[in-house]
Design a protein around this ligand. Structure first.
Ligand SMILES: Cc1cc2nc3c(=O)[nH]c(=O)nc-3n(C[C@H](O)[C@H](O)[C@H](O)COP(=O)(O)O)c2cc1C
Length: 197
């Protein structure tokens, strides 16, 4: 059985991501993250997948951002990968938990110095009067940490989406597209079915 026919959604995800990494010019790990606030109002934005496996799909962000507020009020999310040139999408949905401090520290340490300084300088999702204000805050952070390492800000960290539902969509000729839906069962096993496209 070839990888494309894998009946394990995590194996199939790895195969599709590997193909995207080989062919997509930019950010093959980019995914849309949908959240909903306490009133059920949805919002969606792109984030980068930074680690994944059977225990979840990770992204990192400012924990005072709008998405973080949504997740504090309603700890469920949907993720969407769309690889246009491969004509494929993967949808994942499930509950969200915080990454541990150790995980957030480890990922933060892999970021470039400018990105780490930017995490200190940005009040992500808050109103900004002018671009100069942000640039001045980057300069402040640069001066503050001039002599050493840039630690992870306390308001910055990871989230883990634990998928309960994973759907693979693939373009087929004559609009006979294929949709394979994997659903987690209470015992941790996964069942698979097809959906009308
Ligand atoms: C390709 C792409 C990747 C992005 N990756 C991230 C990310 O990993 N983390 C993040 O906080 N924002 C990322 N952003 C910015 C978000 O889309 C968004 O503007 C920001 O997180 C604020 O969202 P919010 O106000 O809904 O919280 C990315 C944007 C793009 C276009």
């Amino acid at each position: 059985m070839g990888a494309a026919m894998a009946d394990d959604p995590f194996v199939l995800f790895d195969a599709w991501l590997a193909e995207a990494e080989a062919s997509e010019p930019n950010d093959p790990n980019a995914m849309a993250l949908a959240t909903a606030d306490r009133n059920g109002h949805p919002a969606v934005r792109m984030v980068l997948l930074k680690g994944h496996g059977r225990d979840g799909f990770m992204f990192y962000t400012n924990r005072e951002s709008d998405k973080a507020r949504d997740l504090a009020d309603n700890a469920h999310a949907a993720l969407l990968f769309h690889w246009k040139s491969l004509r494929r999408q993967i949808r994942l949905e499930g509950p969200v938990t915080l990454a541990t401090d150790a995980q957030s520290d480890a990922y933060f340490a892999t970021r470039g110095r400018d990105s780490r300084l930017g995490a200190w300088a940005s009040d992500q999702s808050r109103p900004l009067d002018t671009r100069e204000t942000f640039e001045a805050r980057v300069a402040d952070a640069t001066a503050r940490f001039a002599d050493g390492d840039v630690p992870r800000p306390p308001h910055w960290g990871g989230y883990r989406v634990e998928p309960r539902r994973i759907e693979f969509w693939q373009d087929r000729a004559h609009r006979l597209h294929e949709r394979r839906l994997f659903t987690a069962q209470a015992d941790g096993m996964w069942t698979e079915g097809l959906l009308f496209p």
